[in-house]
Design a protein around this ligand. Structure first.
Ligand SMILES: [Zn+2]
Length: 245
């Protein structure tokens, strides 16, 4: 008949697997969420630059129309200047033409600098596009990983949970409670002896006790330093056979 300590050792092995499964999945959903946020942020930045390019285009259109209008006005004024009756009228028109020329130069400046501005914006847009693409493909990859893992994960989880249940059926209640109590402090509540030390906290176990453990398999020993349940070094657990058996 198997001793309690054997079941406890198996339980600990199964719990280690369960903890690892939880850990694996633990980070992934958060990583996917963070990448989703990154893709959203990068999309917004990209759209903002597109908007700026559109704005630049509109400003260029306005400048072109206004320049055409100003040019018409100037032409008309120049013709009027030939028909003036006196110097005062002539000066007034000259003044107006000057004013138009000033306005024109403002709009010409808009057109002149828009090329460089557009070039800058397009370079930024390209950069943002490639960063967005990279983030989107990282997201797709992580999503796939999570999906894949969740599928496998559920199968594994089920397998270990079934094994855990059948192990618990063989462990008496007081011991179960004790094991769970230790689990709230240490992930590994039952650990093997290694070279006469507790493999949980590495403190040395008196040799007298090591001997007792070897021959009295019915008694449950705990580490006096960390409180973990100790099982003999030669009690090895093959978790795969626990799950299959
Ligand atoms: Zn210990």
């Amino acid at each position: 008949m198997s001793q309690q300590i054997t079941f406890l050792a198996r339980l600990a092995a199964v719990d280690t697997q369960l903890d690892e499964l939880h850990d694996e999945l633990g980070d992934l959903p958060a990583e996917v969420k963070a990448l989703e946020q990154e893709v959203r942020d990068r999309t917004l930045a990209y759209e903002k630059t597109l908007q700026a390019l559109k704005g630049l285009d509109e400003a260029r259109g306005v400048a072109n129309v206004t320049l055409a209008e100003l040019s018409d006005k100037e032409q008309k004024l120049t013709q009027q200047q030939f028909q003036v009756k006196n110097n005062r009228e002539f000066d007034a028109i000259t003044h107006e033409v000057e004013h138009i020329k000033q306005q024109r130069s403002t709009h010409e400046e808009v057109l002149r600098t828009s090329g460089v501005k557009e070039e800058n914006l397009r370079a930024i847009l390209d950069q943002q596009q490639s960063e967005l693409n990279a983030a989107a493909s990282r997201l797709a990859e992580k999503e796939k990983e999570l999906e894949h893992l969740s599928g496998d994960h559920n199968e594994e989880l089920k397998k270990y949970l079934v094994a855990r249940k059948s192990l618990l059926a063989n462990i008496d209640d007081t011991l179960q409670t004790e094991y769970e109590r230790i689990r709230t402090f240490h992930r590994e509540a039952a650990v093997p002896l290694r070279r006469n030390s507790c493999s949980g906290c590495y403190s040395a176990i008196p040799s007298q006790r090591v001997m007792e453990m070897k021959y009295n398999r019915e008694k449950i020993y705990t580490c006096e330093n960390c409180g973990r349940i100790l099982f003999p070094e030669d009690l090895t657990v093959d978790v795969d056979s626990v799950v299959e058996g």
